[in-house]
Write a protein of this length. Structure first.
Length: 310
């Protein structure tokens, strides 16, 4: 099983020094990947309810709470590391023009020598869609078309044409090409049936948010069925889950009421192994609130927990 670590790219810890401290430590300790997330703008007053209430607080979506741009974060981290994979969990695709996004990601993949993973989401906040001038009712269709168009652009070695609902290209090729043939892997985030079906049809993987072990089988059933209907091999789709983790020592917890993976080394290793038994091959962990506690938790995981996992 691969273990990823969420970068401190939100709030007071979202500074270059802290982001790079965690990224470099994760690489040095042998973790698989580091992950950043995405928001563009917050309204003074928000009425839209966050769909994953158990995984964060309302304060996180308040004006004045900094969220570093995920493309910028990936670029800085790629330049300061050599081996670790760098992903988004998730980047809200319908906020962006897919040709511009495809070019940015192709360049990142090229400069990082193939270490970029694009985790995509369709967004949830009404007010943020309004701020970027995109109708929220179109978010699913825009996400699907964006994934399709970006993948075609990454695969193309000659100019291509595209005639979609939202975008049209006439004999165009990207100005740069990704390091990997076909471009960065696309992981589709979201726990709903439409998100799972999108992952089965279009994604290289699925990113579940706060999906507990006992819920994985039902999610995989939807994912596998969508893949088969699209003529794809379900076994080729990476299944991943993002969870909070609290170690067996005192840390400043990000959300005390969150149902996190917790306990001693055997407890944590046992829950991670239970995910592996359900077909989950990557778990992305949200750790403590402050960077010294994040670093201590990573050290504990690497030295006391992961050696227990077969």
């Amino acid at each position: 099983m691969d273990i990823g670590i969420s970068l401190p790219s939100v709030g007071p810890a979202g500074e270059r020094e802290f982001v790079l401290d965690v990224a470099r430590a994760a690489e040095g300790l042998g973790f698989h990947s580091v992950w950043t997330t995405d928001h563009i703008a917050f309204p003074k007053v928000r009425t839209t309810e966050y769909p994953y209430q158990e995984s964060t607080t309302e304060l996180a979506f308040s004006p004045g709470m900094d969220w570093l741009d995920p493309i910028a974060v990936m670029g800085v981290v790629a330049g300061a590391t050599e081996r670790i994979t760098i992903g988004t969990s998730v980047l809200v695709v319908p906020y962006r023009h897919p040709v511009v996004l495809a070019q940015e990601l192709a360049s990142l993949d090229r400069l990082s020598e193939g270490r970029i993973v694009l985790g995509v989401g369709s967004g949830w906040m009404d007010e943020e869609f309004a701020a970027v001038g995109v109708p929220k009712r179109e978010r699913g269709a825009r996400t699907d078309e964006s994934i399709d168009l970006m993948q075609r652009l990454w695969e193309a070695t000659q100019p291509i044409s595209f005639d979609g609902r939202f975008w049209r290209l006439d004999e165009v090729v990207l100005a740069s090409h990704p390091h990997r043939p076909g471009g960065p892997p696309v992981m589709v985030g979201g726990n709903t049936e439409p998100a799972l079906r999108r992952a089965g049809r279009l994604g290289d993987g699925w990113l579940g948010m706060e999906v507990f072990v006992e819920q994985v089988a039902a999610k995989r059933e939807i994912l596998n069925r969508a893949a088969e209907e699209a003529g794809r091999d379900p076994a080729a789709i990476t299944v991943s889950v993002r969870r909070g983790l609290v170690p067996a020592f005192d840390v400043t917890n990000f959300l005390p009421d969150r149902r996190s993976i917790a306990g001693g080394p055997k407890d944590v290793a046992g829950e991670l192994e239970a995910y592996a038994a359900e077909g989950v091959s990557l778990v992305v962990l949200d750790l403590a609130l402050i960077v010294p506690d994040i670093l201590a938790t990573m050290e504990w995981l690497a030295t006391e927990v992961l050696p227990l996992i077969e």
